[in-house]
Design a binder for this molecule. Structure first.
Ligand code: 8YV
Length: 317
């Protein structure tokens, strides 16, 4: 059997599946595996399961037997795909199975930011809601508002459905290429990046991280947004110029933000975003439900077995 190493502990059902097909070794701690240990473990393996380690020249040079790397994630910006091609290493990822879970989280971020839920929950729990207090603590409506989605991939489409069908929103999108079939299916409108930014009440960034999308939203884009706009990012932190976002929020150029990702993760405790009442912050939990993470891990396992054995299909990057 071919040797496979997993840098992540795996649910028992997935470990059992893998052990039927490969000689499996798993990092047996719940902490992140140190890079130097990973580089030692992969010296003689044909397959690797990862959730985010950099698959680059440094690693590939030290894994002469490696044939395939399977990431338990839909994003694969941690793959140096050019280097992987050079070393003839197949890369696979886990699309589709997390679309609904991530889209649910995006709606939660929109509602939380719009109705100030974390801020007012904390206030209530501190006992600050007093008799005779008639502060209305207004938020803003989500229903019937203009939702602009940047990135109309699988997850973008799922968010569009929720906006349209769940909240009667007027949904538009900007994407590298137009998707007329999605426009027709979902009754959504394509807009230029400028128009989407200047016209939307909610702006959701859902693009994969690549050299083209690094800092895709920065100072210029935040200035184009309405002062009443709410910005949501559940893609990758590096798709936003975070310093520009902090300044836009501090200057009131946008009303609020809902963030599941940050340029530096875990987010630094000194990051000003963590002190802003109008910013909802989450620890990169977009796909974090037991059901979905299990489905992603199972898909990653099946991808790897298919790539190693040449039997069956897999989602290559
Ligand atoms: C997690 C994600 O980072 O799938 C992705 O690209 O960003 C999230 O699902 C991933 O599951 C690794 O934990």
């Amino acid at each position: 059997k071919q040797k496979v190493f997993s840098e992540k502990q795996l649910p028992q059902n997935i470990q059992s599946y893998l052990e039927e097909h490969v000689d499996l070794k798993v990092w047996d701690k719940s902490t992140q595996m140190p890079r130097e240990l990973l580089l030692k473990e992969i010296k003689d393996v044909q397959g690797l399961i990862t959730t985010g380690s950099a698959i680059n020249e440094e690693l590939l040079q030290q894994a002469p037997e490696l044939k395939a790397v399977s990431t338990i994630s839909v994003g694969y910006n941690h793959f140096d795909t050019e280097a992987m091609r050079k070393y003839k290493v197949i890369g696979t990822h886990t699309p589709y199975v997390l679309d609904d879970t991530v889209a649910d989280l995006v709606m939660a971020l929109m509602l939380s930011a719009a109705r100030r839920i974390p801020e007012l929950d904390a206030m209530t729990k501190r006992g600050e809601w007093k008799k005779g207090d008639d502060n209305p603590r207004f938020g803003v409506d989500v229903h019937h508002k203009k939702l602009g989605i940047i990135g109309m991939g699988r997850i973008g489409e799922t968010i569009a459905k929720r906006g349209k069908n769940g909240f009667d929103m007027e949904v538009s999108y900007f994407n590298r290429s137009r998707k007329p079939e999605v426009e027709e299916k979902l009754h959504i409108e394509y807009k230029s990046k400028d128009d989407l930014l200047s016209e939307s009440d909610f702006i959701v960034l859902m693009v994969p991280l690549s050299p083209e999308t690094k800092h895709f939203i920065g100072e210029k884009e935040f200035k184009q947004m309405k002062n009443s706009a709410i910005f949501i990012n559940a893609s990758r932190g590096q798709t936003v110029d975070e310093q520009a976002m902090i300044e836009a929020l501090q200057k009131g150029e946008i009303l609020a933000a809902g963030l599941d990702v940050f340029e530096q993760e875990p987010v630094e405790p000194t990051n000003p975003l963590l002190t802003m009442k109008n910013v909802v912050t989450l620890p990169h939990i977009g796909s974090a439900t037991a059901e979905t993470r299990n489905a992603m891990a199972m898909l990653a396992a099946k991808n790897l077995v298919a790539a190693l054995t040449g039997k069956g299909t897999y989602y290559s990057v």
